[in-house]
Design a protein around this ligand. Structure first.
Ligand code: C2E
Ligand code: CA
Ligand code: CA
Length: 897
């Protein structure tokens, strides 16, 4: 059942919800991945642009490097041209280079060679093959001093090579300026490039001035063009220098180099020389032209100083170009470094963003997925009926913690309901859990339901307890009742059968309890029963069972007992205890008890009912033998009782088959020995056993209603016999006595049973005498008296049989309608009872009754009793009871007394 609901439950839920199902972790990963992808894309773009910026910066750096080399190369080519020109000029005027070296400190051929080597290196580095070829040509022309017509014209080949390089340099510079201008942070580079450009211009100007100055000193024809060149170059240089001063930043090398130039003494010497040359040229062009070599020779020291200063200035401007190159290189490499840093930053940013995203994703998964998963687990356990499942104090989002708390509360409700249901199911109505309430509507409803249920269960339990108690206890005495006692006996028998022990059943019957009821009322009777129960409970040993079987019958089950003796001892103690008088209101009542004992028979199967019946038989025997006795049910008793049962069975058949006959015994009047009556005495012609005496079956019949049927038959048979005798004319007017038992006297049919046969056979009621035993009368004195009165009113006479065996008081006798007192045979045979017999006879006479003495066997007895006043005599002396057919042989009248 549970299994199937588990199997189908979730399916139905899914069908009802009908939605797409997914894991929350998938959703969270998606949430983390989507922005991560965006971030990644953007940062990739950033990285790419940083990468391209770096590449650009790299190429710019390379370009600047190349530009620097080109710039240097341009200057060097000019330089080489100058050295070449100087060498050629010295050769032209026939000066020894060593003399020039001595005069100026300049080793011109060495400087020329140095410059050439440097140029070759640069050209190789720059891979300028066409420049290399042109250089070979330029050097081939200028290397031959003797053939040189005009050394300055020849040096123009160097100028054209220098222009090629300068053009290349300028193109690169223009490209770089354009690129750097577009680059982020490229302004510095632009500034340094401009400084580099200006520096180059200045250097080339100085170089030109230097050449122009000395060519003007050494030439006589080209003075005007030299002067113009000098003037132009000076103007260009001044503008370039002002550009440098304006553009170069304070800390730059180019500015320092510029400052060095400004502070240089050589530069001032050179400056003065140039200015003087211009002034002289303008003022005394012809004079100077005339002087020519004269100047040179006359002031050789001055010229050498100027040459040295010019050379030194040229060198300073080379330094400026180098510084400007270095500045540009530094700026470009700064750009490259920045670009690299930017790229590194971009890459780092991507990495950090990715890492943060991943961390966030992992943290979110931890923070959300775990508690949600746990929530789902706990929910599944709860829906599976596990009320002990708890979410507990887990961390998580406010919503999850709230859901967990709510779920725990629901589970706690469930658990409480479960525990309460368990307590109810176990019937543990006092369990504290049942009074435990929970909050909310559900809790209230649950509590109401539990209270209602517990209440009704408590009522039922109480009812059941009461019913059980009532079913097993006697309402009056509150001790165990018959059923409970039988059950106890069954259990006890089962126990002793398993062991070697023995148990005893004591059947207790109160003697004379009926008298208490009659005399003191039912209330007193109840008190006697309660007192008896209490005394029994107090008297028995611990563990022995006391119960009331009904009426005045009690039972004690003693377990274990060592044997008969112990059981008898206990029974005798109980008899003694119960014999103590009981105080009832103002009088003390003595009730004695008879006890019958039955013992379990070893390992034999023995029914509890049988054992109780045995004890009952024993108590019956005890009562029959006299009261206040203890009797044991032994084999003799048991076989007698079996015989009795056998007789009872056979009697039923005897009644149906009419196996009875009536014998008649004569009753004689003593004086004239006259027949004055017959007593009808029953015999049972039992098949196979012959005539059975009434002593053997009447007591058995008296224990049941069989006696009523027997008595009824006897009355009818006797009446028919009278009718027969009347018809024969035999025994005219002789009355017949019939014996009526006590039980029949108590029966409502008695009157009719007696009167009907008389009426039916039209027999005079005076012919019939009804004998009632004294003990039968005593059972219900008033009822008996009333009935006998009715019979008597019809003319039937009443005789009290066996008088003297009972305890009839004289007062009783007075209130009874009696005609005849029959003195019991035991008195007739007892000589010591003479005076008592006399008293009976006198009293009977006093009450107006006739006296019949029974059991007259001897004539002495007859004489004595006749003398004492007996009116009639009956006994073997006059005849035994015989069948009617044998009566004619009996002639008592003829016999002498
Ligand atoms: P009972 O009514 O006292 O009857 C007299 C008994 O004494 C008879 O015994 C009789 O045979 C016996 N008897 C008479 N004279 C002598 C004698 O001289 N010596 C001795 N030893 N016995 C003598 P029976 O017939 O055996 O009856 C025994 C008892 O049975 C009766 O005692 C009566 O109580 C009862 N009984 C007999 N017939 C009937 C009957 O028809 N109905 C009822 N209810 N009881 C009957
Ligand atoms: Ca009798
Ligand atoms: Ca009698």
């Amino acid at each position: 059942m549970r299994q199937s609901s588990r199997a189908t439950g979730p399916t139905t839920t899914t069908q009802r919800s009908g939605g797409v199902r997914y894991r929350i972790s998938v959703l969270l990963v998606a949430l983390a991945v989507v922005p991560l992808t965006g971030v990644g894309w953007f940062t990739t773009v950033e990285v790419r642009s940083a990468e391209s910026a770096r590449q650009q910066a790299d190429s710019v750096e390379a370009a600047v490097t190349r530009l620097a080399l080109l710039t240097e190369l341009t200057s060097r080519i000019q330089d080489e041209r100058n050295w070449s020109s100087g060498r050629n000029a010295i050769a032209k005027i026939g000066l020894d280079p060593s003399l020039v070296k001595t005069l100026t400190g300049l080793d011109i051929p060495a400087e020329f060679e140095l410059t050439r080597t440097r140029i070759d290196t640069l050209v190789g580095q720059l891979q300028l093959d066409s420049v290399a070829e042109q250089l070979i040509l330029a050097r081939a022309k200028t290397n031959l001093p003797d053939t040189a017509g005009n050394l300055f014209v020849e040096s123009s080949r160097y100028d054209s090579v220098g222009e090629v390089v300068a053009d290349e340099s300028q193109r690169m510079l223009d490209d770089l300026l354009l690129t750097a201008g577009r680059m982020k942070g490229g302004q510095d580079l632009v500034a340094t490039l401009r400084v580099l450009e200006s520096s180059t211009v200045a250097q080339q100007s100085v170089s030109g001035e230097f050449t122009a100055l000395f060519s003007a000193q050494f030439s006589d024809a080209e003075l005007t063009s030299d002067l113009a060149a000098l003037l132009g170059r000076r103007a260009v240089r001044a503008e370039a220098e002002s550009d440098i001063r304006r553009t170069a930043s304070g800390s730059s090398r180019s500015r320092q180099a510029m400052a060095t130039i400004d502070a240089s003494a050589d530069e001032q010497v050179f400056e003065l020389a140039v200015r003087k040359q211009i002034d002289d040229g303008l003022n005394a062009r012809s004079a100077a032209k005339q002087a020519g070599l004269g100047v040179l020779t006359s002031d050789i020291d001055g010229v050498a100083a100027q040459f040295r200063a010019g050379n030194e200035s040229t060198r300073l401007y080379f330094t400026l170009v180098g510084a400007a190159s270095d500045d540009a290189l530094a700026a470009s490499s700064t750009l490259a470094v920045r670009a690299q840093q930017q790229l590194d930053r971009a890459i780092a940013t991507v990495a950090i963003l990715a890492a943060i995203s991943l961390l966030f994703s992992a943290a979110a998964t931890r923070a959300v997925v775990r508690p949600v998963r746990r929530l789902a687990e706990v929910a599944a356990r709860i829906s599976d009926g596990d009320s002990r499942a708890r979410f507990g104090n887990a961390h998580g989002s406010i919503e999850i913690v709230a859901a967990g708390r709510a779920m725990d509360a629901a589970a706690a409700h469930l658990e409480l309901a479960e525990q309460q249901a368990k307590a109810l199911a176990e019937g543990d109505l006092d369990h504290p859990i049942l009074s435990q309430a929970t909050t909310g509507q559900l809790g209230a409803s649950l509590q109401d339901a539990v209270e209602a249920l517990a209440g009704s269960m408590q009522e039922r339990e109480e009812f059941r307890r009461r019913m059980t108690h009532e079913a097993t206890h006697d309402g009056l005495t509150q001790i165990a009742n018959r059923n409970a006692s039988l059950a106890q006996l069954r259990r006890g028998l089962a126990r002793v059968r398993r062991s070697d022990a023995q148990l005893a059943v004591l059947f207790i019957d109160l003697d004379g309890f009926k008298d208490v009821n009659d005399t003191h009322g039912h209330h007193a009777g109840d008190m006697v029963l309660r007192a008896t129960a209490q005394r029994l409970v107090n008297a028995v040993r611990d563990g022995d069972h006391v119960g009331r079987l009904g009426g005045d019958e009690f039972v004690v089950i003693a377990e274990p007992v060592s044997g008969v003796d112990e059981a008898v001892a206990l029974a005798e103690r109980l008899v003694a205890e119960l014999g103590e008088p009981i105080q009832i209101e103002h009088s003390r009542v003595a009730v004695r008890a008879s006890i019958g004992i039955a013992l379990s028979q070893g390992h034999d199967e023995m029914d509890s009912i049988d054992l109780l019946r045995d004890a009952d038989l024993a108590v019956y025997k005890a009562k029959a033998d006299g009261r206040g006795r203890v009797e044991i049910c032994d084999d003799a008793l048991r076989s007698a009782l079996f015989e009795r049962a056998d007789i009872e069975r056979a009697l039923r058949q005897a009644i149906a088959e009419v196996e009875f006959v009536l014998f008649y015994q004569p009753i004689i009047e003593p004086g004239e020995q006259r027949l004055c009556g017959f007593e009808a005495l029953i015999r049972w012609n039992r098949p196979g056993q012959g005539m059975v005496s009434p002593d053997n079956f009447i007591p058995v019949a008296e224990r049941s209603d069989l006696i009523v049927a027997i008595d009824r038959w006897v009355v009818g048979a006797a009446v028919r016999q009278i009718k027969a005798w009347d018809a024969e004319g035999a025994f005219p007017g002789v009355p017949v006595s019939v014996n009526v038992s006590g039980r029949h006297l108590g029966s409502p049919s008695l009157i009719d049973d007696v009167l009907s046969p008389l009426r039916d056979h039209d027999v005079d009621p005076s012919r019939l005498v009804v004998e009632i035993t004294e003990s039968a009368l005593l059972e219900d004195l008033e009822g008996a008296a009333a009935k006998l009165q009715i019979l008597r009113s019809h003319g039937i006479r009443i005789a009290i049989d066996d008088f003297g065996t009972g305890y009839t008081s004289l007062a009783h006798l007075k209130s009874l309608p009696i005609d005849i007192l029959k003195i019991d045979r035991s008195y007739t045979n007892d000589e010591s009872a003479t005076s008592l017999v006399q008293l009976i006879i006198d009293t009977g006479h006093l009450l107006g009754a006739s006296i019949t003495a029974e059991g007259i066997e001897t004539s002495e007895q007859a004489t004595l009793l006749a003398a004492m006043g007996s009116d009639e005599l009956q006994g073997y002396l006059y005849g035994r009871p015989v069948p009617p057919a044998d009566l004619h042989r009996t002639r008592p009248v003829d016999r002498p007394v």
